[in-house]
Design a protein around this ligand. Sequence first.
Ligand code: ASP
Length: 365
Amino acid sequence: MTTRRDFLRATAGAGAGAAFGIVPSAGLGASAAVHLGRVTPVAVGSGNGRAACARAIEVVQQGGDTLDAVIQGVNIVERDPNDTSVGYGGLPNLDGVVQLDSSVMHGPTRGAGAVASLEGVKTPSLVARDVMRYTNHVLLVGPGAKEFAKSMGYPMENLLTEESRRRWVEWRARLSDRDDYLTPEQSIHGATGFRSEASYGDGLLDSHDGVRPQGTINCNVINANGDLSGVTTTSGLAWKIPGRVGDSPIVGAGLYVDNDVGAAGSTGRGESVIKTVGGHTVVEMMRNGMSPTDACLEALRRIVTFTVEPHLLDEEGRPNFGVNYYAVNKNGEFGGAAIFAGARFAVSVDGDTRLEDSAYLFQRN
Ligand code: ASP
């Protein structure tokens, strides 16, 4: 069993892993890297991203752009009413309103675009790409993001599915025994439609607090020329305070792409990823020679170090929430890591799309 103190002692000063073929380029300083030769295209992303990764690879194999590839991939999940962590059917905020976050980065043109707290559009990743393509800005939020989406021709749609609405109604009823909403147990008048949270086997990735569902999709791709792009898209933390923005639309946190080095994205407790600038940290670790897996692990160790709030620690002083990183480097090597054992990530390479076990810091008790 690893305690927090053992863990911090064991990992203090953990150095960069072995260099893996990214060669520091002369004249650009030790931190710059160049890519040599052709690459086997790879898409890597979150565990709910198998179909997305497969689609992304299909698009790059047909000569499509890397950003179009990952967006077409995640659009499948954004439009799927049965994935309650992303896009249409995403679990709503405290007020029962679905607010979506997404960011995109296009390696070859060094482009970035993002939207946060966007309402009414199933595919926030497409709006994020439009922010990149059609504005001089990187991030639009709330009503501004919605007006922008309208101006770009997106239809405004109801994103709350019947299933997500019911889960929100049940959550509201169980929130407090001192309000006027009746739980199924309290109602003697035949309340229907309630199921307990535990009975929803929807494959959500993890939970901030063991109760509240969360989830996101991240997908990154590299094509045969070594060009990279990535996207992260989510409905964020279920039942969040209206206007709460997680890591997914924050460039450098939920996503980062440097076409000279690699791409990385995250799922899990966004606040912790934001505080440690997770995606950027992973990419910088890869720039300094770490493998994608080691870079993901090192960025997770930062999160452990930054997690000092008692309400975020378990009895052993470890984080009581999950974070997952996914990364691919300029040579097409890829990896994924999570704070706790048991997580998996999606990968599509060489005609095979599969889930692989993520590396991890801690065994779950
Ligand atoms: N990272 C997302 C957020 O904090 C949620 C998640 O991935 O579960 O908004």
